[in-house]
Design a protein around this ligand. Structure first.
Ligand code: AMP
Length: 422
């Protein structure tokens, strides 16, 4: 007996139907906002990810050498690959460039519910737009995607890293100090933030104010703290504009300002946001995104970039937890030849129905009517067509409604119209 590698999953036909349903809904929302799909390889050069996140990322990903001695990695996320692709082939495209993708990602995480070693992301990047309306649209799209797949309870949190950064600069913290603080803030460990600020000799009232701002959902408090700092003032008024647009134009009302969102990664800048599904426990974050800087770092011509990634598997978990009624699998018609002589005609009828887009299955085990009807039931068939010699003499077949058990004789020429009118 072979076992699955830790943190990976097999998906049953039922699960795949759910996944394809959700994928289609997500794709159609991306497209409705003018985004177009791209695909990049499952593995990349290791350097692509270390350039972005530093060597420490090697411990968290699947990094390996191939037979030619090349250092490679299974992608842990898709933003770096998409930006690599953009710089290589898409820099001349008209801006803004709106790209979306679905892809499997691999992380050497400790597996638990909602956290796997291979998982799927649905994400997008917008390149060449940094107006409040671009960011509001991006956030609204993430929100709409989750709503359109059928999720009821999602929470949107919006923060801004530049504002956090200048708050720390204002109280005299160095880059190194900030790096120590960010993981604590990311995990909402405010007691630890406070004691670290104390260790860094930040005056008590300033430290307390910082904690207050990090925990606030009130933009006024943030404003109060950064009063005279002009660069952040602009950032703050952009944030207010984004929020206004979300509320008034995109009808996204259930959001919160949350200055403690730091996204754990240091290539983000400015706007950051997250969407959570309250029904999920610890691993409730469905989506994370924001504005970031990578193009210049990767050798391209500097341009604004922003995007988000949705944890596809978690979106499915959240839908299941909310008891979402996924469309159920069905077979339109199950065709049953009563004996071997009927096979040719039965196949011909099945093929004609398939050509018309009717989901048609056919008994290929020569197992007779009784057993075939049982199997048809297990495949959720709505109708069965039973083809026997006597009916055939009259150019007819027996059409059976699988729910009621009612049967009627139907001319072969009329099968299609009969099925379509039902
Ligand atoms: P990130 O690229 O870390 O911002 O992740 C984006 C989204 O992917 C998160 O909000 C999660 O929903 C999902 N995600 C991240 N890591 C995992 C994982 N190991 N297993 C399943 N989903 C994940």
């Amino acid at each position: 007996m072979f076992k699955l590698p830790r943190g990976t999953t097999d998906f049953t036909p039922e699960e795949m139907e759910k996944r394809r349903y959700v994928e289609e809904k997500m794709a159609s929302t991306f497209k409705s906002f003018g985004y177009r799909e791209i695909q990049t390889p499952t593995f990349e050069t290791l350097e692509l990810f270390t350039a972005k996140s530093g060597d420490s990322i090697i411990d968290e990903i699947y990094a390996f050498s191939d037979k030619g001695g090349r250092a490679l990695a299974l992608r842990p996320e898709l933003t770096a690959p998409v930006i690599r692709f953009y710089i290589d082939k898409l820099q001349m495209e008209p801006k803004p460039l709106k790209l979306y993708y679905f892809g499997n990602c691999f992380r050497y995480d400790r597996p638990q519910k909602g956290r796997y070693r291979e998982f799927q992301q649905a994400g997008c990047e917008i390149i060449g737009a940094d107006t409040p309306e671009a960011y509001a649209e991006l956030i609204a799209m993430a929100y709409n995607i989750l709503k359109n797949v059928g999720l009821k309870n999602i929470k949107l949190n919006i923060g801004n890293l530049n504002i956090i950064d200048s708050m720390f600069t204002k109280i005299g913290l160095s880059k190194k100090d900030k790096k120590k603080l960010l993981p604590l803030i990311d995990k909402s460990q405010f007691e630890d933030v406070l004691s670290l600020l104390r260790d860094l000799d930040v005056p008590k009232d300033n430290a307390e104010k910082i904690i207050d701002v990090l925990q606030t959902s009130d933009i006024i408090k943030v404003k109060d703290f950064i009063k005279e700092d002009q660069s952040v003032k602009d950032e703050l008024s952009n944030m207010e504009e984004i929020v206004d647009l979300l509320k008034n134009s995109f009808n996204v009302k259930d959001y919160q300002i949350k200055m403690s969102i730091v996204r754990g990664l240091d290539y983000y800048k400015g706007l950051v946001f997250e969407l959570d599904a309250s029904v999920l426990g610890a691993e409730k974050q469905l989506c994370g995104g924001g504005a970031y800087d990578l193009v210049k770092l990767f050798g391209g011509t500097d341009v604004s970039t922003a995007g988000f990634a949705i944890g596809f598997d978690r979106a499915i978990l959240a839908l299941e937890a909310e008891k979402f009624a996924f469309p159920s699998f069905k077979t339109d018609v199950y065709v049953i030849p009563v004996n071997e002589e009927m096979l040719v005609k039965s196949t011909e009828i099945a093929q004609n129905l398939r050509k018309e887009g009717i989901l048609t299955d056919l008994d290929i085990l020569r197992r007779g009517v009784g057993k075939s009807l049982k199997y048809a039931n297990s495949k959720n068939a709505e109708k069965a067509i039973i083809i026997g010699p006597k009916d055939l003499e009259k150019d007819s077949v027996t059409l059976r409604d699988m729910k009621t058990g009612e049967q009627e004789l139907v001319k072969i020429a009329n099968i299609l119209s009969k099925l379509k009118n039902n």
